[in-house]
Ligand binder design. Structure first.
Ligand SMILES: *Cc1c(COP(=O)(O)O)cnc(C)c1O
Length: 382
């Protein structure tokens, strides 16, 4: 049986099509506003207020990206040369490069083999007198074990930086992602679950002193009241008014988008859970502490599965093909003799499936059937 249905893309070509009018209106409104303020204006302030109310936290500070949000937090905490920050060995580059960027050393901890988030026991074993902070990241489908990491940080007097870049809207034990750490972040780059057409991020914190420092640092160390008085050595990490206007108007639809992602993910997990014996493992089921940035399977024959899916009309993507301590840029910072078997296995086996909210049920079913068909086929004789 063959169908002529088009390939289901992993990165949809029409991400903002449903919001086209909102986007064009936002550009027009900001461009023709007599105040002519294109960064850090009144819309950015309202967007910060909206998220602060949403999260019921002390402060939300909009900035240039999720990456600079992490950099601002590290700087505001005074983390610097000679300090160590414990990060997961599997994840995206900002986990390592933001720490190196303030002159400190990322110390890579192995991950849990199934949930793919930092293993708190591995993290604890790496604490030294130089350790200043833990920086766990919520991964593709699962939030890090924040209750244990919070307790670990408290027990050792460490700061807790929550890389919740992908997890806006996720909730663990009734508490939103971003509010578990001393500070957390969200990213609004296009692929994230509340991504927009450009760069943007926020710092989320319950600590008013940290918030005040981050606000200064994001705009060249100025305090907001006195322009051109630089109290701190800051960055340019400001927020765009067009993106703020767009996100403000689109925000009421976020819960519905997340619910659709969760529905697709639950369907995949339900159908794929029996495949463990065939070497295909979905993320754990459930809704507590789950995020649906991307939906990531582990497959023993990952590259074969990827080819099979492509042949059956479903595109997929490998996030991330190499563990952080093995990246050329970060390997020199990794502890000699370190070993990260779970991170290495995840890099070999991870495969992400399309999970964006405007997938139709028929498309979801096509992806599902393609995975099931692969698992049902006999493995090639080695
Ligand atoms: C995307 C991402 C970031 C960085 O966000 P940007 O806005 O792209 O700079 C940081 N951490 C994690 C876990 C991410 O997935």
């Amino acid at each position: 049986m063959t169908t002529t249905t088009a390939m289901i893309p992993f990165f949809p070509p029409d991400l903002f099509e449903d919001d086209r009018d909102l986007l064009l209106d936002a550009v027009h409104e900001v461009a023709t506003d007599p105040v002519q303020k294109f960064i850090l204006g009144e819309r950015t302030a309202r967007f910060e207020d909206l998220l602060r109310t949403d999260l019921d936290t002390e402060d939300v500070i909009a900035c240039g990206s999720g990456t600079t949000a992490l950099s601002l937090i590290l700087r505001a905490m005074g983390i610097t040369a000679g300090d160590e920050v414990i990060v997961p060995a599997f994840g995206c580059a900002p986990l390592a490069n933001t720490v190196l960027g303030v002159g400190a050393t990322p110390v890579f901890a192995d991950i849990d083999p199934h949930t793919l988030v930092i293993d708190p026991e591995a993290a604890e074993a790496l604490i030294t007198p130089r350790t200043k902070a833990l920086m766990p990241a919520h991964m593709f489908s699962v939030m890090a074990d924040m209750p244990r990491l919070r307790a670990l940080a408290d027990r050792h007097g460490l700061r807790l930086i929550e890389d919740s870049a992908v997890a806006q809207g996720a909730v663990l034990d009734g508490r939103p992602a971003g509010t578990w750490g001393d500070a957390g972040v969200f990213s609004f780059v296009q692929v994230k679950s509340f991504g927009g057409p450009g760069e943007g991020g926020v710092v989320v914190t319950g600590d008013p002193e940290l918030a005040r420092t981050v606000r200064m640092l994001r705009n060249h160390g100025q305090d907001g009241a006195h322009r051109f008085r630089h109290h701190l050595i800051g960055l340019n990490s400001r927020f765009d008014e067009v993106l703020a206007a767009f996100q403000l108007r689109r925000h009421p639809g976020l819960a519905r988008r997340l619910a659709r992602r969760a529905e697709i993910a639950a369907h995949y997990t339900d159908r794929f859970t029996p495949l463990a014996a065939e070497g295909v493992t979905p993320p754990p089921p459930g809704t507590n502490g789950r995020c649906y940035y991307v939906y990531t399977l582990l497959a023993e024959r990952r590259d074969e599965l990827k080819r099979h899916l492509a042949a059956h009309g479903a595109d997929s993507h490998v996030y991330y093909p190499q563990a952080l301590p093995h990246q050329p840029a970060f390997a020199p910072a990794a502890r000699p003799g370190g070993s990260w078997p779970n991170a290495e296995r995840a890099a070999r086996q991870c495969l992400s499936l399309p999970v964006y909210p405007h997938l139709t049920d028929a498309q979801v079913e096509r992806v599902t059937e393609a995975v099931l068909g692969f698992a049902a086929a006999p493995a090639p004789v080695a």
